[in-house]
Design a protein around this ligand. Structure first.
Ligand SMILES: NC(=O)c1ccc[n+]([C@@H]2O[C@H](COP(=O)([O-])OP(=O)(O)OC[C@H]3O[C@@H](n4cnc5c(N)ncnc54)[C@H](O)[C@@H]3O)[C@@H](O)[C@H]2O)c1
Length: 270
C-alpha cells in the first residue's frame, strides 16, 4: 500500500477546531488515523466533535484555548505531550472578522473602528504566531513537523469591505513565506510551513454576507459566484485532501507555499 499521503498516528493540533472548516478537517483526519487535538473556545462544541470522532473509532481530544494567550497555549502543549508525547502538525485555523474592521458600501474609511481593526489583526495574525512559537518547540526536538496557516482570497487581492481581515490574511501569507525560510535554515528541512487559501465556503461568519434568509444569494454572493469558474461555493470537506497533502510526506519538498482551494476564483479574469 502507498503510504505517501498517510497521516496515520500523526498528532495533529487544530486551533479553531470547533469552527466549520476546522471541524470538517478534524473529522476527516481522524478517519485517516490521525490523533486529533481540537483547540477551541467552546467546550461543548469541542467535546461533541470528540464524541463524534470516537464513535467512528477515531482518536481525539478537546482542550479549551485562546490563541492570543501564550500561557494557555503552553498549558495546552503540556496536556498534549502528556497524552500523546509529540506534535506532528499544527493547523492554525482560528480566525475571524468583526463589523468595526470593515467598511460597508455606504460607509467610508472614517467609519472604521481602529480598536476592531486591531482585534482582527491580532486574532488572525498574532493568533497564528503565538501557537507557532509554542508548538514549534516539540517539532524542533523531533526535527520534524508541519505547520499549515489559514490565508484567504483577500490576501491576494483585497476584497471590498473586509479591510482588517484582508490586511491580516495578507500578513498570514507573508508570515508563511518568512517562517518557511526561518525554520528550514535554523532547524533543517524536517519542519515545513505552508498555508491554505480557501475560496468561499458558507460558514457562520459569512452566511449573512453571501446568502439571504431564504437561501438565495445576496449581491455579494452573486458577485462571488460570477467570479468563480465552478459557479458554486466550496464545501468544507473539499479542503481535506489539500490539508492531508500538506501534512504528509507527499509534500516533503514543499514549504512556503499558499495552496489555493477556490474553484478557480483567484485566477478568473473575465
Ligand atoms: N469560511 C471561508 O470561506 C473561509 C475562507 C478563507 C479563509 N477562512 C479562514 O479559515 C479559518 C477557519 O474559518 P471558518 O470558516 O471555519 O470560521 P469559524 O468562525 O467557523 O471558525 C473559526 C474558529 O476560530 C475560533 N476562535 C476565534 N477566536 C479565537 C481565539 N481567540 N482563540 C481560539 N479560537 C478562536 C472560533 O471560536 C471558531 O471556532 C479562519 O482562519 C478563516 O479566516 C475561511
Amino acid at each position: 500500500m502507498n503510504e505517501l499521503f498517510s497521516v496515520k498516528s500523526k498528532v495533529v493540533v487544530i486551533t479553531g477546531g470547533t469552527g466549520v472548516l476546522g471541524k470538517a478537517i478534524a473529522v476527516y483526519l481522524a478517519k485517516e488515523g490521525a490523533k486529533v487535538v481540537i483547540l477551541g473556545r467552546r467546550a461543548e462544541a469541542g467535546n461533541a466533535i470528540v464524541e463524534e470522532i470516537r464513535k467512528e473509532g477515531g482518536e481525539a481530544m478537546f482542550l479549551a484555548t485562546n490563541v492570543l494567550d501564550q500561557a494557555v497555549i503552553e498549558r495546552n502543549l503540556k496536556d498534549i505531550m502528556a497524552a500523546y508525547g509529540r506534535v506532528d502538525a499544527l493547523l492554525n485555523a482560528a480566525g475571524g472578522n468583526m463589523p468595526g474592521a470593515t467598511i460597508s458600501p455606504t460607509g467610508t474609511i472614517f467609519d472604521l473602528k481602529p480598536e476592531d481593526f486591531q482585534t482582527v489583526l491580532n486574532l488572525n495574525l498574532t493568533g497564528t504566531v503565538i501557537p507557532t512559537q509554542v508548538f514549534l518547540k516539540p517539532m524542533v526536538e523531533q526535527k520534524a513537523g508541519c505547520i499549515v496557516n489559514f490565508s484567504s482570497m483577500a490576501a491576494f487581492r483585497p476584497l471590498t469591505r473586509v479591510l482588517g481581515y484582508a490586511a491580516a490574511k495578507a500578513g498570514i501569507s507573508n508570515y508563511t513565506a518568512y517562517m518557511a525560510t526561518e525554520v528550514a535554515s535554523k532547524f533543517g528541512e524536517g519542519i515545513r510551513v505552508n498555508a491554505i487559501a480557501p475560496g468561499f465556503f458558507l460558514t457562520e461568519q459569512n452566511r449573512t454576507l453571501l446568502t439571504n434568509p431564504d437561501g438565495s444569494y445576496t449581491q455579494r454572493g452573486n458577485d462571488v459566484i460570477r467570479q468563480t469558474p465552478f459557479k458554486r461555493f466550496g464545501t468544507p470537506e473539499e479542503l481535506c485532501g489539500t490539508i492531508q497533502y500538506l501534512i504528509s510526506d507527499a509534500s516533503k519538498f514543499v514549504t512556503g507555499t499558499v495552496a489555493v482551494v477556490d474553484g478557480g476564483f483567484n485566477v478568473f479574469a473575465m
